[in-house]
Structures are given as structure tokens and as C-alpha cells.
Design a protein around this ligand. Structure first.
Ligand code: SF4
Length: 240
């Protein structure tokens, strides 16, 4: 088992992605609105503290539960990945990278403050924070891809609780497997299992002995690119 606790430098976000989270689809925008969006993005980047924690676990077995649900069991952790979606995502995987990232309580406090004082700014700030936490997830995924490469393995893409039929009930054991409450300060609401800080992401990444159809095949367009050590070192994850 390997792992890390990391801080990430997220100094910019893709404006088009912020606009996508805002539901923008090409409507004309005033200069005032553009300036407001840029201002909230800048404010978000100034308060966000992107951090992540990850660990890699060997696949210990695959079973079908009494209720018929397929389960992927991991070695050295109580974390079980249940459902046909994750079973398919991890088909043939020999190890699984588990990750959690957050942009921190500073962003959370600002979201709460804006919800009381400036709801329009809050909507824009929220979209910027969602974009920032996805950048942090890209950075953490880059660490998992690098770990896989060191093991001679290939990765597919990250898959989060709530996607497909991977239940939200995965969250408590996933966060416990990473000791994420103590290390990142992520807590869960008892019933909804939603995370605080709300701008946090958890996910798993499959690791395989052979490249998969969804494995990275080129650095062009790779979301991990800005955070990737392998590309700069001339040892990209897809080249052996
Ligand atoms: S930037 Fe290149 S080497 Fe790095 S993770 Fe992406 S595809 Fe792999």
C-alpha cells in the first residue's frame, strides 16, 4: 500500500468550465457581468486551499453478495466497492487508487457568507469553487497515475460514489480508508452523507496490468497535465 497527503497549486481555472457550471450557453454577456465573474473566480482562488490524500490498495477479491450485488474487496481496508457500475469500471484491475480532495473551509465560509449577503455572487463563487475542486482532483489523480506507473500499471479514469450504482453509503468507509477526517477535515452529514467542506471530491481509479480503452494514451488534452511529474520527466504514463 502506498499513499500521500498533498497540497496543490491551483492558480487558475478554466473560465469556460465555470460558465458551464453556471448553465451558460452562449447568451450575450455584459462587460459588468464578465467582470463580476472574473472577480468571483479571483476571490475563490485567493481563499481556496486545495489539498488531497490518496492511497493505493490491492484488489483482494470479487464476490456477489446475498442480495445479488457484485462487490470488489480491497486488501488492508474495510472499504468495499459495491454495484455493477464499479464492477465494470474495475474489471481486470489488480489495484485501486482511492482519493479525496478538498478546497477547504475558507471556501465553505465564503459560500455561507455570500448566501446571506449576495446570492448572485454566491452562485458564481460556487461555480468557481466547483471548478477549483475538480482541478484539485486532477492533481490528486496525477499522483495516482504516477504511483501506478511506478508499479508498471495503467490507470483508467476516476469514478466517484454516486456515479452509476456505486452508493453514497461508500463514503464513510472510503473516507476512513484515507483517514480523511483527520488529515483533510472532511466530515459527513449523518443522513445525506454529503461532505463538509461541500467542495470536496472522493473517487477511485482502477489500476491494470495492461492499458485499457480508457487509459491515458497521450498527454494532449489530459486533465492531469498541469500537475503531472511524468510528462516533465519524459516518462509519460502511457509510454513503456
Ligand atoms: S499528462 Fe501525460 S503522462 Fe501525465 S497523466 Fe496525463 S497522459 Fe499521463
Amino acid at each position: 500500500m502506498s499513499g500521500g497527503l498533498e497540497c496543490y497549486e491551483v492558480s487558475s481555472v478554466d473560465r469556460a468550465e465555470v460558465l458551464r457550471y453556471l448553465g451558460y450557453s452562449g447568451q450575450p454577456m455584459t462587460q459588468e457581468l464578465e467582470a463580476r465573474i472574473d472577480g468571483e473566480v479571483a476571490r475563490c482562488l485567493s481563499v481556496c486551499q486545495p489539498r488531497g490524500v490518496w492511497r493505493t490498495f490491492e484488489v483482494a477479491g470479487r464476490e456477489v453478495r446475498e442480495d445479488g450485488a457484485p462487490v470488489v474487496r480491497l486488501g488492508g481496508t474495510a472499504l468495499e466497492l459495491v454495484g455493477s457500475s464499479i464492477q465494470k469500471h474495475l474489471e481486470g484491475a489488480v489495484a485501486v487508487g482511492v482519493m479525496a480532495v478538498t478546497v477547504g473551509m475558507g471556501v465553505e465560509r465564503e459560500l455561507r457568507r455570500l448566501s446571506l449577503t449576495d446570492p448572485v455572487a454566491q452562485v458564481v463563487f460556487d461555480a468557481a469553487a466547483t471548478t477549483a475542486v475538480e482541478r484539485a482532483a486532477d492533481a490528486c489523480e496525477a499522483s495516482l497515475v504516477a504511483d501506478a506507473r511506478e508499479r508498471g500499471l495503467y490507470t483508467n479514469f476516476r469514478f466517484s460514489p454516486g456515479y452509476g450504482d456505486l452508493p453514497m453509503e461508500t463514503q464513510p468507509t472510503l473516507l476512513a480508508a484515507l483517514d480523511a477526517q483527520r488529515r483533510l477535515g472532511i466530515t459527513l452529514a449523518p443522513k445525506s452523507l454529503l461532505m463538509t467542506p461541500t467542495k470536496s471530491v472522493t473517487a477511485v481509479v482502477g489500476m491494470f496490468g495492461e492499458p485499457q480503452a480508457s487509459s491515458h494514451a497521450s498527454c494532449a488534452g489530459c486533465l492531469c497535465r498541469d500537475f503531472c511529474r511524468m510528462r516533465g520527466a519524459g516518462t509519460p504514463c502511457w509510454k513503456r
